[in-house]
Design a protein around this ligand. Structure first.
Ligand SMILES: C[C@@H]1O[C@H](OP(=O)(O)OP(=O)(O)OC[C@H]2O[C@@H](n3ccc(=O)[nH]c3=O)[C@H](O)[C@@H]2O)[C@H](O)[C@H](O)[C@H]1O
Length: 465
């Protein structure tokens, strides 16, 4: 039966967050649920182009309040750097009156909100709307970092040493400790910027006040972490399934189709770092030299967090001297957005070196691309360990404990393991696991079951007083 629910979607303003909210919207919309999607004006056209086009659905632009430090002509459609991100969080908090007015006009049954929107539950409660957090982070990342057991004294920040080990009660999995550079990166979550609560405190605040939390995962992949979260959260926990991205529409751009078509099947290494992850110049040097060392064809995408502004100059300045000339017959280096799913689906692509973004990894698995991970921040470090250590579907690039440095030989080694040494371990098992997980992710019945169940649980939540 068609659902009569009306849900407001309110993701964080970066595409790594907007995309999973759109994907969930479309799945819920196919059950007749009405979607109103909040975002910034610069994102509206792109959301409209992906959101199911039904008379019920709408994208509502929010006005960005004047915010000290945030340029008055800030365009949310370009990359959001960490600095702009913190200013945008200030702007987000100032949007409370406008969000309250919109919600009281729309009167949805539920609002699905993201990690930074800790004030949504109190507004929603006043208006009789259910407030549900939709976590776009994996269960492994949530359970290692953002659960009450992570901190025993709310007035004390954890140290690097604290963050190197899992919180008390954490399940016994391949994750027993993290490297120093990774733990140092996790500190970001506990810092306060511009006088706002830290990311960790925001999450702790809405865990207490929201009506439920939806995780973008399934028990088949992450059951130990999901079970642990259940002991920590104390709120209804709903699962949206593995969130395999829908097949892409249209065709791959002619120039890339032609370029990839020159190479044998499964020979090309595709290398891309998602929508909000940028390597520094030292990493780019080692990565490019490592790709050169493999002797294989490669397609490398590098971005710099500045949108299209000056990106080409930054790219040229970051490459090793003479690199373009040396690799011109077998390598391309590109800056800007590419049709990742089309590229991964191309028969010439056999390896995907990536940053362990959850959707990106799954796109690699369903497309027969062997996976090598060089995670850069936060949740990516935990995804990378879970996919390589628990599921054993790929390999992590070796990194130095203190600062995460990797050399060109480390890149070569990881790629050889999954692409060349496939008759010996661990490459042999990784290929086998990859192919088993591919079958799982492509099983439509599993996905359908999760979404049908989620719809039922959301309806039940709305019925509750
Ligand atoms: C929750 C947040 O997700 C994040 O964003 P990210 O973009 O990396 O997400 P992915 O899951 O890789 O997803 C990225 C999505 O963008 C698509 N794409 C990307 C680049 C491109 O050039 N072309 C494309 O089509 C890609 O196909 C995938 O669907 C980060 O990990 C972050 O750590 C995490 O907090």
């Amino acid at each position: 039966m068609e659902s009569k629910l009306h849900i407001v979607m309110f993701p964080w303003f970066a595409y790594g967050h907007i995309n999973p909210f759109i994907q969930l919207s479309n799945k819920l919309s196919s059950h007749g649920i009405q979607i109103s999607f909040f975002s910034l004006p610069g994102n509206v056209a792109r959301i409209e182009s992906s959101l199911n086009n039904t008379p019920l659905n709408q994208v509502i632009p929010l006005t960005i309040p004047p915010t000290e430090g945030l340029s008055s002509n800030f365009d949310s459609s370009s990359d959001i750097t960490p600095e702009t991100g913190e200013l945008l969080k200030v702007a987000l908090d100032q949007m409370q009156p406008q969000v309250r007015t919109l919600l009281s006009q729309l009167q949805p049954h539920i609002i699905l909100f993201d990690f930074a929107h800790y004030w949504i539950p109190s507004i929603a409660y006043e208006l009789g709307i259910k407030a549900v957090n939709y976590s776009v982070f994996s269960a492994v990342a949530n359970s290692y970092l953002t659960i009450p057991a992570r901190i025993n004294d709310p007035n004390k920040q954890p140290t690097v040493d604290d963050l190197k080990v899992p919180p008390p009660g954490f399940p016994k999995t391949s994750i027993t400790s993290m490297k120093t550079f990774q733990a140092r990166d996790f500190l970001y979550l506990f810092k306060s910027f511009n006088g706002l609560p830290s990311g960790f405190n925001k999450i702790m605040s809405f865990i207490k006040s929201c009506d439920a939390i939806i995780y973008k995962t399934c028990t088949e992949i992450e059951s130990p972490y999901i079970d642990y979260l259940k002991t920590q959260i104390g709120k209804p926990m709903l699962l949206a399934g593995s969130a395999v991205p829908p097949p892409p529409s249209g065709k791959l751009e002619e120039k890339w189709e032609t370029w990839l078509g020159k190479f044998p099947e499964q020979s090309v290494i595709f290398c891309n770092f998602g929508s909000e992850t940028y390597l520094d110049n030292e990493q780019i040097q080692e990565l490019t030299l490592g790709l050169e060392l493999t002797g294989l064809p490669f397609f490398l995408v590098l971005n710099f967090g500045t949108g299209s502004f000056d990106a080409q100059n930054k790219l040229e300045a970051s490459l090793p001297e003479g690199f373009r000339e040396r690799i011109k017959d077998r390598g391309v280096v590109h800056t800007g957005w590419v049709q990742q799913q089309h590229i991964l689906a191309h028969k010439s692509v056999g390896c995907y070196l990536n940053h362990s973004g959850f959707s990106s990894v799954i796109e690699g698995i369903v497309n027969d691309c062997q996976l090598a991970f060089v995670a850069q921040k936060g949740d990516q470090f935990l995804n990378s360990k879970m996919f390589s250590g628990d599921l054993k579907v790929g390999v992590e690039v070796n990194r130095r404990d203190e600062d995460g440095f990797f050399g060109k030989e480390d890149i070569l080694e990881a790629i050889k393991t999954v692409m060349v040494d496939t008759d010996t371990e661990p490459g042999k098992s990784i290929r086998k696991n990859h192919s088993n997980w591919k079958k799982f992710f492509l099983d439509k019945d599993i996905e359908t079951k999760y979404i049908a169940n989620l719809v039922k649980e959301l309806e039940a939540l709305v019925q509750k007083a």
